[in-house]
Design a protein around this ligand. Sequence first.
Ligand SMILES: Nc1ncnc2c1ncn2[C@@H]1O[C@H](COP(=O)(O)OP(=O)(O)OP(=O)(O)O)[C@@H](O)[C@H]1O
Length: 443
Amino acid sequence: MADLIGSSPAPVLPEPPPSRKDSPLKDPHTTAVRARPGAVHDSTTPATTLTTTATSPSDCSGSVTVTGLRKDFGDSKAVDGISFTVPAGAFLVLLGPSGCGKTTTLRMLAGLEQPTGGQISFGDRVIARGDGTANVPAAQREAGLVFQSYALWPHKTVRDNVEWPLKVAKWAAGRRRKRVAEVLELLAISELAERYPGEISGGQQQRVAIARMIAPEPKILLFDEPLSNLDAKLRVDTRGELMRIHRATGATSVYVTHDQVEAMTMATHVALMKDGRIEQFGAPRQLLENPRTAFTSTFIGTPPANVLPCTVTGGRLMAEGPTTAARLDCGPAPAGVAEGENVQVMYRATSIMLAPTPPDAPASGQTGHRTALDALYADQVPLADRWVVGVDLPGGDRLSMILPSPVDLRPGDPVHVVFPAEPDAVFGSDGVVVGEAVGGAGR
Ligand SMILES: Nc1ncnc2c1ncn2[C@@H]1O[C@H](COP(=O)(O)OP(=O)(O)OP(=O)(O)O)[C@@H](O)[C@H]1O
């Protein structure tokens, strides 16, 4: 076997922070078994539910239940039959690529869009039905919404902006004053109370918008990419602040983002969406450790896992073609895949390595096929005390690996990517994981 570049100790996945509740989570999808084709997307399947010990009959008023929810815009299915339940106090992140239906889902929760089908309940209260038999007006949903644009009244002071929803809700003057002082204090913007929005920074405007949202004590907080206008440092700071506010209010938060790092750091529950459907629902760690689909494995993780297309040939997983150029033997095909089936194999960034020379063929290999691929070094970025190294395959696809130290290479230098005897997971032709992911929950 050739020397490995930056050879690393046993792969360790970064530990996401514990969930807010630090409680055991149950997910009907935790057991990564292959579902029938399309089952992941089947809107008729029961609502996906994570229960936490925080759930109790007394706090169910802030729970959010969505059943078979749909929204069509003409022929376009923006949201295509999604179902989930989160308990009161949860922090649900709607995550997914642009156009997958996150904002439309949030707008239906807020009451800004009427569903085409399905139902939304806050606690025991049905607030919208696709058939029009229920549609609680936005102002009566006890939900507050913050957009990426702050939409503050420019001619009102910070104090007046925050007080405004309380006036609309006809709170008495004394109660209003007390509550405004409270939320300005909570958001650390008391000293800005008499300024106008044009006289404060973008980050401060965002805090005012959040103060205005939480002033009327909503049970549900709705956030639509609230950090996207902030610079990188302010994003991290404001993220922490949002978590503090979430805890302080005890409200249920639903938060839209396409940034998986935000999702992994903030969420108790993640609904990963694609094409208007829920690809996977669960605790952040479940999505990271047990991706049910190839899409999930390439969307979640820093860096995400590497996925290669393979064909089952002679009972083995063979990767070949424009992606890899050379033929790579990815190990024996697992039970449940058919000869000739086109599948995908997943290798975590901690599972593959770099070598300066091609490794020898395995002594016991029956096939003589390679266990390494030629690639060109592309780049490296630090990740805490390790390095994420990127290489490009001949077809242009990028592979990422995590190494303990930086490599001494220039972009374009030839390298060899060494693969383990078996992949971390195999996804069938339907994109759904086959059997139990190798190393499953343990990696
Ligand atoms: N008012 C509308 N009329 C027609 N189509 C719409 C409307 N609103 C959204 N869509 C379409 O519905 C789909 C989902 O849009 P949505 O804004 O919910 O996606 P998203 O996941 O929030 O995307 P992004 O991250 O880019 O904001 C998209 O194809 C979008 O073009």
